[in-house]
Design a binder for this molecule. Structure first.
Ligand SMILES: [Zn+2]
Length: 162
């Protein structure tokens, strides 16, 4: 959750980040102004990146219930409104289909985070051990080969993050 502030202090100990809550002391914050409320959100550069590229990753919105069990929505990546996510995933898919260029490191990290978001969604009921293995291994994927191998394993379980 973002913290919105009434104040707009200069860089320093009072300039807290809306995302991580830590002071922004040595770089200029990225500031957002909400004209309606007059409040401000501000970010470390990295925190802004995280906030913009990892939408909903740790916050699952409870969806409808079925037989007493809450169903959770898993968003499709094409529905995301965050501008850096869609091109990254698209470049991963296109490269897999033989099109250049190779996805950048940032692209691959975004794809990895997307996989992690999907695989940790609390809606899967497939075999527990294999699921937990994928939930662990997704954290360590470092290149396109590993991402593809991981994707194949997920598909074998019937989970298609793309
Ligand atoms: Zn921060």
């Amino acid at each position: 959750m973002l913290t919105w502030f009434e104040t707009s202090p200069d860089v320093g100990p009072d300039c807290l980040c809306s995302w991580c809550g830590q002071p922004i002391e040595d770089v200029l914050p990225i500031r957002w102004y909400d004209n309606q409320s007059g409040r401000e959100a501000r970010f470390h550069n990295d925190c802004h990146w995280d906030y913009m590229t990892i939408p909903h990753i740790t916050t699952y919105i409870p969806g409808p219930r079925m037989g007493g069990v809450p169903l959770y929505p898993v968003f499709h990546w094409q529905d995301l409104k965050f501008d850096r996510v869609r091109p990254a995933i698209k470049s991963f898919i296109d490269y897999g289909a033989g099109q250049e260029p190779e996805p950048s490191k940032v692209d691959l990290e975004i794809v990895r985070r997307w996989f992690e978001y999907i695989i940790t969604a609390p809606c899967w009921y497939c075999p527990g051990d294999e699921l937990m293995e994928l939930q662990q291994s997704v954290k360590t994927l470092q290149n396109i080969t590993q991402l593809r191998e991981w994707l194949d394993q997920a598909l074998e379980l019937g989970i298609d993050p793309l």
